[in-house]
Design a protein around this ligand. Structure first.
Ligand code: NAD
Length: 354
């Protein structure tokens, strides 16, 4: 601790490492004590930005000034670095996905328990505005009983980066984007058990690891959730599509364009059929205007710096971590069930422990 500020040591100064330095600049209760990257050019880059730089990981872990080590390296490095850091007496934040399997996570949890250190994961997309809007709609039962949620991210650039294409580094879209989308759903439905999981993976632009997937989760109480990541989608489907008994909500994109359509309670005695190419249909006919109402999405906005504010509060004041290990484990086991379902083409009975 330096003048009551929590001192961060950042390991990995790539895309996400740089982004953390920006987020942390909005958290006055935290300060970056120094940065280590395995590549000299990255250390030089950090130095040029005015940061103190360590020449080795050991040097950072030996520095008693550092309170918390933030790991922003490729996925396969999180576990060994986190374990070394906790053994060196440091609190640890790992980037997502925390590691590559639930067995690995169990080992990391054991070390956290033995050392008594904070060990948490940067599941930052719990602070995404689009997610917070959907969470509010569901919690306030704006749409009545929600029977289906579809959460998608679509792009057309294939699987990115070098290490993200490689299995040994924990590549693939389930571990990359899936971990965010699944964490959002499980956080929103923290107290509802998942009953079954079915999934398929895609390998359109890359063979070694999945470059996309579709997973269907059924929850107790009758809600089906579709989670999908696509990287070869030249037309994107909406980010969120939520179906309730009394209405439907859509969020189309990151700009939060979308709306809610709800029924007013007025009924149509006689429905005028609509003409389709080969026949007439009443079932699919548009509704009379006074039977539905269009509403704006609620305004909710998150602040990603709250993640680090929480870490500071945990370290300084003993607050509860926002991202808890049992939640991270639940997501990890769900990702394993997704891989199993895709491989076996079977619906998996999920042994959920909520
Ligand atoms: P990146 O390739 O841009 O950067 C990784 C950096 O780690 C590189 O500079 C590399 O030299 C360094 N590195 C590799 N092995 C190292 C080691 N053993 N010790 C020290 N440095 C090492 O990757 P990225 O996009 O920044 O991703 C890093 C992590 O952040 C990944 O786990 C990724 O999943 C995660 N991430 C999270 C989000 C989010 O929104 N939470 C977004 C992007 C990436």
């Amino acid at each position: 601790m330096r003048e009551n500020k929590v001192v961060y040591g950042l390991i990995g100064y790539g895309g996400m490492g740089r982004w953390h330095t920006e987020i942390l600049s909005n958290v006055p209760e935290a300060v970056i004590g120094g940065i280590y990257d395995i590549k000299e050019e990255k250390r030089e880059e950090a130095k040029a930005k005015g940061f103190s730089v360590y020449e080795t990981e050991e040097a950072m872990l030996a520095d008693s000034d550092i309170d918390v080590v933030l790991i922003a390296t490729p996925n396969d490095c999180h576990k060994p670095i986190a374990i070394r850091a906790m053994h060196a007496g440091k609190n640890v934040i790992s980037e997502k996905p925390v590691t590559l399997s639930s067995a690995d996570l169990l080992e990391m949890e054991k070390v956290a328990k033995e050392t008594g250190k904070l060990f948490t994961v940067h599941q930052n997309r719990r602070w995404d505005d689009d997610f917070l809007i959907i969470k509010k709609l569901v919690e306030e039962q704006k749409l009545g009983h929600v029977f289906r949620i579809e959460s998608r991210v679509h792009g057309s650039r294939g699987i990115p980066g070098d290490w993200r294409k490689e299995k040994v580094h924990g590549g693939g879209m389930v571990l990359d984007w899936g971990v965010h989308l699944l964490d959002q759903i499980l956080y929103m439905y923290g107290d509802r058990k998942i009953e079954t999981v079915y999934a398929s993976l895609t390998n359109i632009t890359n063979q070694e690891v999945d470059d996309g997937f579709t997973a269907i989760l059924t929850f107790e109480g009758g809600t089906e959730v579709l989670v999908e990541v696509g990287t070869n989608n030249y037309i994107s489907l909406p980010r969120w599509y939520v179906l309730g008994k009394d209405g439907t909500a859509v969020i189309r994109d990151w700009q939060l364009t979308g709306e809610i359509i709800r029924k007013t309670g007025k009924t149509e005695e006689t429905v005028i059929p609509v003409k389709t190419a080969a026949g007439l249909t009443k079932t699919m006919a548009p509704r009379r205007e006074d039977t539905i109402v269009k509403e704006d999405l609620p305004k909710v906005s998150g602040d990603i710096a709250d993640f680090h504010r929480n870490v500071v509060a945990v370290i300084r004041d003993g607050a509860e971590p926002e991202i808890k290990l049992f939640q991270v484990m639940r997501v990890m086991k769900l990702m394993e069930a997704i891989f199993q379902a895709a491989e076996t083409k079977q619906v998996i009975e999920f042994q959920d422990q909520v």
